[in-house]
Design a protein around this ligand. Sequence first.
Ligand code: C2E
Ligand code: MG
Ligand code: MG
Ligand code: MG
Length: 288
Amino acid sequence: QAKARGRGTHCVFEAAMDVHLRARLEMELDLSQALAKGQLELAYQPIFAVASGRLCGFEALLRWNHPRRGLIDPAAFVPLAEESRAIVEIGAWAMRRAMADAAGFPEHLRFAINLSPIQIGVGDIVATVRDALADTGVAPGRIELEITETALFAQDQPNFEILHGLRQAGVRIVLDDFGTGYSSLARLRLLPLDKIKIDRSFVHDAGSQSSSEAIIEAIAALAARLGMATTAEGIETQGQWEMVRRARCTEAQGFLLGRPCSAREAAALAAAAAAPPAFTGCTPAGLP
Ligand code: C2E
Ligand code: MG
Ligand code: MG
Ligand code: MG
C-alpha cells in the first residue's frame, strides 16, 4: 500500500515537474525570439547628483514586452538569458540601443548600462563596446558600464585586462550592488573603478539600523579617498534622501527621485531639468 501511495506521489511530483519544465522551455524559446520580434525595450531610471539635486544621467534597464504575459522584469528573464547565453546578443543590443539614445540627450548626461558576467566571459566585450561607441557616435566618457561585484570575481581573479581595455575605450566602470558580495574596498582599490553603487539593502536598512547609515557613510568616505564616486540605490523615502546627503554619497537613484520610464519620458525629464525656472521668486504649482 505504501508502495502504491509512493508511486502516486511520484506521479504527482513528475507531473508538477513536467509543467514547470514545459513553462521554462517555453520561456526559453520565447526569449530566443524576443529580440528578433522587437519585444525587448529599455526603461530609463534617472540618477541625481546629491550635492546639487540635479539630474546627472540615467540607468538603462531591460524590459520584456511578452505577447501573453505582459511586461516582464529582468529578474524574471535575465538569469534565463544568461543560462542560454542569449544574454550575449541581448546585452549587445541593449548597449547599442542605450548608446544611440544617449547620443540624442544633452552632453552632460551620462548613461549607465548593465553588463552580465556572461558578456564579459564570452566573446570580445572590448571590441563590442568599441564598435557600439563608433557606430552610435556617443562620447565614450558619457557611458558607464555597471558590473556587479559577484560578476567581477566570477573566475576568482577579476579580469584586469578586460577592465583596462574598457577603460582604454574611454568608458567608465561602475561596481554595481556593492555590499552584496564579499569584497572589501581595500581589495577593490586595485581595480580601475570609477564609481561604486551601494546596494539598496543598506539604504533600506538605514532607517531602522543606525549601523547601516554608518556603513554607507564609511563606504562613501573611503571611496572618495580612493578617487571613486558613489551612488546610493533604492532611495524611496525623504528620510533616506536626507541620509545619503549626510553620508555625502555622490549620486542617488530610487523611486522617490524617479521611476524607470520610457526614452521619451526620459527626454522630457532632461528637457525640464535643463530649462531655467521662469521665475525665481515663486514656486510653480505642483513643484516642491
Ligand atoms: P540593478 O542594476 O541594481 O538595477 C536597479 C534595480 O533596482 C532596477 O530593477 C530598478 O528598477 C530597481 N530600483 C530602482 N530604484 C528602486 C527603489 O527605490 N526601490 C526598489 N525596490 N527598487 C528600485 P530592475 O529594472 O527590475 O532590474 C533588476 C536587475 O536586472 C538590475 O539590477 C540588473 O542587475 C538587471 N538588469 C537590468 N537591465 C539589464 C541589462 O540590460 N543587462 C543585464 N545583464 N542585466 C540587467
Ligand atoms: Mg545596475
Ligand atoms: Mg544595482
Ligand atoms: Mg541589482
